[in-house]
Ligand binder design. Structure first.
Ligand SMILES: Nc1ncnc2c1ncn2[C@@H]1O[C@H](COP(=O)(O)O)[C@@H](O)[C@H]1OP(=O)(O)O
Ligand SMILES: [Mg+2]
Ligand SMILES: [Mg+2]
Ligand SMILES: [Mg+2]
Length: 329
């Protein structure tokens, strides 16, 4: 198996970060969250999870850079001292060797610019922070990119039921994939017991189950309703936060994940898609943007050459992409 050490380290790092997030989600108080300069929310758990994952990677692969969503600039400001001390407290509960300086240094290992040569990791310590704050779905998303291609991905989904058919089953899944080797899921409580997962085999797009973001600012809900109608289904997409949507398609719980641009200038970030992308491809799925173009992870921290996302099980791919392209901008 290729990337065996990378996969083991990545799974364990995501497991630990997921534990931190789950511990923080219950009873999160105002002093444990903050608005970034772009007005998007960040919490002690986003920072703590980035510190845990990037410090594990620094120990195992000191030469590998990382593209992480968060940086420490706000945590270093005197007015955020309380937030910062909570981050250190949460991180130390999982890894007692971390201290204030090593937490800051680990977070700032995420400052790489990405690109088309060599290898680097990309991390979204909490994807779907808005879902996390609502007590709903979120994901810890980690991927390895080599010469511009995603080669490994791990998704920690602490609130996702292990059995897609049973919403009351144990919650907490890890999904992972290495390029060319299939996709797997294990309970977060026992990450050594992965079972192979695959997309559904629905071929009639009228029977396809669609999913999309909860946030109307992240995807155009009205346009997806038009697309499902054009494909012959009156059922609107079900809504879920984060890269758990890639998990849903990868394990046959949904057939299609649509992410339809809401504003012209928005560039999707590589950490919002890389892990879900490789898990989905290895589970048998297909993916492109809303113009039908392949996703390009080789040009920096964003997917600036792409517009939105269309991710599907294989047999509905062509009709769904055709309907999305026909639905225009
Ligand atoms: N205008 C936008 N279009 C698409 N995605 C967005 C937009 N603004 C923020 N996001 C990102 O959507 C992701 C959450 O997706 P979902 O709604 O599917 O859970 C977050 O990573 C968030 O980034 P950010 O971290 O900057 O808030
Ligand atoms: Mg964010
Ligand atoms: Mg995100
Ligand atoms: Mg995030």
């Amino acid at each position: 198996m290729s990337f065996e050490q990378e996969l083991n380290i990545a799974k364990e790092a995501v497991r630990k970060a997921s534990l931190l997030c789950a511990a923080a989600q219950h009873g999160l108080i105002d002093s444990e969250k903050h608005d970034k300069a772009d007005k998007s929310p960040v919490t002690v758990a986003d920072y703590g999870a980035q510190a845990l994952v990037l410090s594990s990677l620094a120990t195992a692969f000191p030469e590998d850079p990382a593209v992480g969503e968060e940086d420490s600039s706000d945590l270093r400001k005197p007015e955020n001292a309380e937030l910062f001390s909570k981050v250190v407290e949460y991180a130390q509960k999982i890894d007692s060797e971390l201290d204030a300086d090593s937490v800051l240094a680990a977070i700032d290992r995420g400052n790489h610019e990405g690109g088309s040569t060599g290898r680097f990791w990309t991390l979204d310590p909490i994807d779907g922070t808005k879902g996390f704050l609502r007590g709903e779905q979120y994901a810890v998303a980690l991927a390895l990119i080599e010469n511009g291609e995603v080669v490994l991905g791990v998704l920690g989904c602490p609130n996702l039921p292990v059995d897609p058919a049973n919403p009351n089953s144990e919650k907490g899944c890890i999904l992972y994939a290495v390029k060319g080797e299939g996709a797997f899921q294990a309970p977060l409580s026992d990450i050594g017991t992965g079972k192979s997962i695959s997309t559904d085999s629905v071929s009639d797009p009228a029977k396809a189950v669609f999913c999309e973001s909860v946030e109307s600012g992240h995807t155009a809900h009205g346009r997806s309703a038009q697309i499902t109608e054009a494909l012959g289904t009156a059922v609107e997409p079900f809504r879920m936060d984060s890269q758990c949507k890639y998990a849903a398609v990868s394990r046959g719980q949904a057939s299609v994940y649509l992410r339809l641009p809401t504003r012209p200038g928005y560039e999707e970030k590589i950490w919002d898609h890389a892990a879900g992308y490789i898990v989905l491809l290895e589970a048998g799925g297909k993916i492109c943007d809303t113009l039908g173009s392949p996703l390009d992870f080789s040009i920096g921290r964003t997917l600036k050459e792409n517009k939105g996302i269309v991710a599907t099980s294989p047999r509905v791919y062509e009709p769904v992409v055709k309907a999305v392209v026909a639905s225009g901008q």
